[in-house]
Design a protein around this ligand. Structure first.
Ligand SMILES: Nc1ncnc2c1ncn2[C@@H]1O[C@H](COP(=O)(O)OP(=O)(O)OP(=O)(O)O)[C@@H](O)[C@H]1O
Length: 323
């Protein structure tokens, strides 16, 4: 569905995108994750023919983005960061006009608008003037606009930025449902770690215009960071004795041990039992599973949250229990 080779875009001396090789198969849901200024939007704008690459090539839906712009545009939907929908028309009419702009017959545009209003839960608001809609409703209408011509491939640039957590969750659910129904390939950009983690099967981490990792969220976390088990003991001498009996890599700080393991929840029961059998039972245990931010931190030495890159607090799987 998408194939790029050394895709590059410079703005004077800013190297926004530096040689991206990317393949996206039909039906995939891919999230481009990276801090502000990483080059996500610029990549999307090249793939949607809005700007030309400085060098390199990209084929989207089977056509070259520079030489066959019209063919590419007919096959894709693009929902940018701004608000596409106008203000004075009713949502339903906006949708129908958009369909007409894509050359659809009025009957077909009406039918498709009705279908999207249904799939995106816009039933109650479709007949209201766009200017009266809430942020979340507007964003869903934007998505319907991008889908009116039934594109094979949908690009969403930060679809949920600016929405409150409830509206964001709601929008994510709609995107997932929509994808199930219409089998659309979806590429979205986000700087919300939880959004990339929960929605995408594949996360492409971009930093300084380059792809630095590309995998499922679970594999990114296991391969780049791994789990940690933190054990607390009543006395330092017990912690030292326990450390000597544990085969996994670990660090000791006084009465606490931090153990690095691939799959903590499965290891904890045996580990606790072994320590009890060895006469050095743990007093506390905490399992810490990595977030995509930990992955980014491991890869770059920086946090995605720095500089407000990702405002959302990601829930860590921290369970502090009495052992
Ligand atoms: N039209 C432009 N002219 C000059 N520089 C630009 C232009 N568009 C983007 N840039 C620069 O290119 C770099 C990449 O920007 P881009 O918008 O692609 O990042 P991003 O990852 O989408 O960030 P954000 O999450 O903030 O949208 C930034 O340094 C940006 O300032």
């Amino acid at each position: 569905m998408i194939e790029t080779h050394e895709l590059t875009r410079h703005f004077k001396d800013v190297r926004a995108v530096q040689g991206i090789d990317l393949t996206v198969a039909p039906g995939e849901l891919v999230a481009l994750l990276g801090p502000n200024g990483a080059g996500k939007s610029t990549t999307l704008r090249m793939l949607t023919t809005l700007i030309a690459p400085t060098s390199g090539t990209a084929r989207v839906a089977g056509f070259d983005v520079v030489r066959r712009q019209r063919e590419v545009r007919q096959r894709i939907g693009y929902i940018g960061q701004g608000n596409g929908a106008g203000h004075s028309q009713r949502g339903r009419d906006e949708l129908i006009s958009q369909g007409r702009a894509y050359g659809m017959k009025v009957v077909a545009a009406r039918r498709r608008a009705a279908e999207l209003i249904d799939s995106l839960g816009l039933g109650e608001v479709a007949d209201r003037t766009v200017s009266t809609l809430s942020g979340g409703q507007r964003r869903r209408l934007d998505i319907a606009m991008g889908l009116i011509h039934a594109p094979e491939l949908l690009f969403l640039d930060e679809p949920s930025t600016g929405l409150d957590p409830q509206n964001r969750a709601n929008l994510q659910e709609h995107i997932l449902r929509l994808r199930e129904r219409h089998e659309t390939t979806i590429v979205l950009t986000t700087h919300y770690l939880d959004e990339a983690d929960s929605m995408a099967e594949r996360v492409i981490v971009i930093d300084h215009g380059r792809i630095i990792a590309d995998d499922t969220p679970a594999r990114l976390k296991t391969e780049h960071v791994g789990d940690r088990i933190i054990l607390g003991f009543d006395h330092e001498v017990d912690a030292a004795a326990a450390a000597a009996s544990i085969a996994h890599p670990l660090r000791r700080h006084g009465t606490r041990l931090t153990i690095s393991v691939p799959n903590a929840p499965r290891l904890v029961p045996d580990l606790l039992e072994d320590l009890r059998a060895a006469g050095v039972p743990a007093a506390e245990v905490e399992v810490r599973r990595p977030t995509l931010d930990d992955v980014f931190l491991t890869l770059t030495g920086r946090s995605l949250r720095e500089g407000g890159a990702a405002a959302e607090t990601t829930e860590r799987d921290n369970a502090l229990v009495e052992a």
